[in-house]
Design a protein around this ligand. Structure first.
Ligand code: SAH
Ligand code: SF4
Ligand code: F3S
Length: 438
């Protein structure tokens, strides 16, 4: 008998929280009797989980919707746009793009299963905020990785950095109860997961709505769950990264010696206009405190170049901080004005070619730093959590070390889902390579 179940395909843009939301959506649809398709061509419903953080993120969505419009000409398929652009553009998405059937904001994805089940040809939009946390039973979530699991601990942001759209797409900060977080972490551990990644736009401001416990307590209670190897968390904000958080990190072995701490700019004047709430000196102070507590700590960061009014001198300060701190990895972006944000009312004064030049300069510098630092690891043996096979090198296994560096390695036996000792034998700017020690 042919399988009559509805088939869904999910395409995810954006950050880890979106990836995690897509895993939850897949679980909810599964529970409603639908099955996942590997290609959009095989699906009855296509869900596009979207990101609005830069103009380019939205452009990518619109070009993808263009492709789906073509697909829709040849078969009956319904298209749901969910996530941050859905929240931001809401009805506009239906009006501008005849292609889209359903629009659901980040707080409204629980409404998807009933839409997918029904045969309605009506269009549907739901983008209302909810102050309450919507729980999904951990057993339902369809995770992409069998080794490392995302666990969302808070959502939204109250910071309103001048350039950032996230507070308008994810709303105000809300926190998940510690009890539910721990239930999900225990469920992961029971299923053999070795790593959890605690997610939130601003994890360090976490407060348990029931007990008032803060981020350091969250870390220690998660670490007390048996079976877990490594704990990571993201994203931290330097403004909320007090000494108590650094100490909690240093005091718990399971917490990886890696921190993503977005700097955005090395110029205190630019940071002030960005409304980041810290100076260059304060940022460097946090870094030196962290490194004295945890020698060898790996740090990664985000940089925006060409923020309104960024002078050559401001930019040079960013270059200096990058040379001084020597991050293990860098995510760098050209400033992109976003609707409703405070910076969108400032003149976008740095020309695009100049933004591009600055971007390329820091990326070149970062590449040199990474090549040098990776070179120092050759001949050393490092502990790697094997997450799967190399994307471009399927004959090799791939994983990350504690510092979140990508490591590809050879082994005669399957290593996926294990901690492996790897001897580093080679490197490129963005990864290390090696072999499992016997
Ligand atoms: N909650 C996280 C993630 C924010 S978005 C945080 O606070 O860091 C991820 C990164 O995108 C930001 O750190 C910033 O570097 C970049 N970004 C955000 N808005 C941007 C914009 N308008 N133009 C360019 N880059 C932007
Ligand atoms: Fe955006 Fe700033 Fe909030 Fe990060 S802290 S999500 S950059 S407003
Ligand atoms: Fe993008 Fe929304 Fe994440 S804007 S970065 S998908 S929070």
């Amino acid at each position: 008998m042919p399988d009559k179940r509805r088939r869904f395909f999910i395409r995810t843009f954006g950050c880890q929280m979106n990836e995690s939301d897509s895993e939850r959506i897949a679980g909810l649809l599964n529970q409603a009797g639908a099955v996942k398709a590997d290609r959009p061509e095989d699906a009855d419903v296509i869900i596009v989980n979207t990101c609005a953080v830069r103009e380019k993120s939205e452009e990518k969505l619109f070009s993808y919707l263009g492709r789906l419009a073509e697909l829709k000409k040849s078969r009956s398929v319904r298209i749901a746009v969910v996530g941050c652009v859905a929240q931001l553009r809401s009805w506009e998405l239906l009006e501008k793009k005849g292609t889209v059937d359903f629009v659901l904001g980040p707080d409204n994805s629980a409404e998807l299963p009933s839409l997918v089940k029904g045969d309605t040809s009506e269009k549907f939009v739901s983008t209302s905020w909810s102050e309450k946390w919507t729980e999904t039973s951990p057993g339902l979530i369809q995770r992409d990785s069998p080794v490392s699991g995302y666990v969302t601990v808070m959502e939204g942001c109250d910071n309103f950095c001048a350039y950032c759209i996230v507070p308008y797409t994810r709303g105000r900060e809300k926190y998940r109860s510690l009890k539910s977080i721990l239930a999900e972490v225990r469920d992961l551990a029971r299923h053999g997961y070795l790593e959890v990644q605690l997610l939130g736009q601003n994890v360090n401001s976490y407060r348990d709505p029931e007990s008032g416990k803060a981020f350091p307590d969250l870390l220690s209670e998660v670490a007390a769950v048996d079976g877990l190897g490594w704990i990571r968390f993201l994203t931290s904000h330097p403004k909320n990264f007090g000494p108590e958080i650094a100490e909690a990190m240093a005091g718990i072995n399971k917490v990886c010696r890696h921190l993503h701490l977005p700097l955005q700019s090395g110029s205190s004047a630019v940071l002030k206009r960005m409304r980041r709430g810290y100076t260059k000196e304060e940022y460097l102070g946090i870094v030196s405190r962290l490194r004295s507590l945890m020698p060898g700590l790996s740090l990664s960061t985000d940089i925006i170049v060409g923020f309104p009014g960024e002078t050559e001198k401001d930019f040079e300060e960013t270059v200096e901080v990058l040379s001084e701190v020597r991050f293990t990895s860098l995510f760098s972006f050209r400033y992109s004005p976003r609707p409703s944000t405070a910076a969108s009312r400032l003149k976008d004064s740095v020309p695009k070619v100049e933004k591009q030049r600055r971007l390329e300069e820091i990326q070149r510098l970062q590449k040199t730093i990474q090549l040098e630092d990776h070179g120092h690891l050759v001949g050393k043996t490092i502990k790697v959590l094997c997450l799967g096979r190399g994307q471009k090198t399927p004959h090799l296994f791939a994983g990350r070390n504690e510092g979140s560096q990508v490591v590809n390695f050879s082994s005669d036996e399957d290593q996926i889902g294990r901690f492996v000792e790897v001897r580093v034998t080679g490197f490129g700017p963005f990864s290390l390579s090696g072999e499992k020690t016997s």
